[in-house]
Ligand binder design. Structure first.
Ligand SMILES: [Zn+2]
Length: 399
């Protein structure tokens, strides 16, 4: 196994330095011109180009325009380029995934920033050649569930043969839904118009709340649910009703079930046992182990240590739980992810899904200490925003 994270760490530091240098009006800017952004691009799989840029904080901001060309010099002659996307009136729209680039071709990208006086400023220009005949990657988006005090889990899994699945969908409230306002726009940017399946790990609103809007807006083939039979919330009722209304196939996901997600993947449900419905709802979470050649992921929902991890550890051998990437249980709560669990899973990376304004103090310092003491690097949505882990089955890249 070779990890390329160090290279990306250097890259991120370089971006950070350039951000400091490039943000804000410099003495070189002409009067009236908006502040320019610094643009970064990254090949995400053999046909997806991920772009991100620094924010323009000018009060008279009007729009970002992302340009692409098959020759250099976009700023000098935009007519030879294509305006891929215009982001008007939204200075916080800072990423875009270009899903229309063709393998084997070379592209140049630049970002134009316009203000309300119709002045323009240009970012740096970058080029990139898409590889030919590369094997397709497995890519997991750890979607930022943050909105006010809302938290949650939301992960999009794009498989090597082009199938797409969600595990959880974040929360919702009357004026916002992680599904409608964050997941569906991400799917749009990736050109995904249909989902092969959705997993609602357990009936808490911060996991299934956002899935309701996804089911309303995108065709979904299958939904795996833990089959909770105890008392649950109105949100869970809405979720079950929406599954039925959408026409998706409802499947109760239980221990030992093999999920036929992609011929190149081995996907298995490790937990819970059938008909969970008493005690702690977190411990009814569907736990999924996913393997792609040499690389594996463990998705744990809100599984806690007592009667959760202990139950899985009693049933399986440690080698069944081994995973390179551990989605940490229960948003980094100290009541999950024990040393025993870490020593069985032996992750190379920990991924924490957690809202930045959550009222529980997640992730807890005790949990961060446990990860640190085992030398496990941590990525967390409250600090990193949405992050992506992609693998060709051997190498792992995080960005
Ligand atoms: Zn939760």
């Amino acid at each position: 196994m070779h990890f390329r994270y160090t290279v990306y760490a250097v890259y991120v530091v370089a971006v950070g330095l350039l951000l400091v240098l490039s943000c804000g009006d410099s003495p070189l800017d002409s009067p009236g011109n908006p502040s320019s952004s610094f643009l970064a691009i990254q090949l995400q799989s053999d046909s997806l180009v991920y772009s991100s840029w620094t924010q323009c904080s000018d009060a008279d901001f009007d729009a970002y325009i992302l340009w692409r060309s098959q020759s250099a010099g976009i700023e000098a002659d935009p007519s030879q380029a294509e305006a891929l996307k215009i982001f008007a009136d939204d200075p916080l729209q800072l990423t875009w995934i270009d899903s229309t680039a063709v393998p084997g071709e070379t592209y140049w990208y630049a970002l134009e920033t316009r203000n309300t006086s119709e002045f323009s400023a240009w970012s740096n220009e970058l080029s990139l050649t898409l590889p030919l005949n590369e094997p397709d990657n497995l890519t997991v988006f750890f979607i930022d569930p943050s909105h006010g005090s809302l938290s949650g889990d939301a992960m999009l899994i794009c498989t090597p043969n082009g199938f797409n699945y969600l595990i959880d969908g974040g929360d919702r409230r009357s004026d916002w839904s992680c599904g409608r306002d964050r997941i569906v726009p991400l799917l749009d940017s990736l050109g995904i118009t249909h989902l092969d399946g959705i997993v609602g790990t357990h009936p808490h609103s911060d996991h299934i709340g956002g899935l309701i809007a996804v089911l309303e807006e995108i065709p979904v083939d299958k939904v795996w649910d833990c089959g909770w039979v105890g008392d649950a919330s109105g949100t869970y009722e809405d979720f079950l009703n929406e599954i039925q209304a959408s026409g998706a196939e409802y499947i109760e996901g239980n221990r030992g079930m093999i999920l036929d997600w992609d011929p190149d993947l081995q996907v298995k449900i490790l937990h819970p046992e059938p008909n969970p419905g008493s005690g702690n709802m977190n411990n009814a979470s569907i736990v999924i182990h996913l393997e792609f050649e040499e690389v594996s992921f463990l998705f744990t929902g809100d599984l806690e240590t007592d009667e959760g991890e202990t139950d899985v550890l009693a049933y399986y051998q440690p080698e069944d739980l081994r995973a390179d990437i551990l989605k940490v249980g229960h948003h980094g709560s100290s009541d999950a992810t024990s040393y025993t669990w870490l020593d069985a899973v032996q992750p190379s990376y920990a991924a924490i899904e957690v809202g930045s304004g959550n009222s529980y103090g997640h992730p807890h310092s005790e949990l961060l200490y446990r990860l640190d003491s085992r030398g496990i690097p941590v990525y967390r949505t409250d600090q990193d925003g949405t992050f992506v882990i992609t693998t060709d089955g051997t190498d792992i890249t995080v960005f």
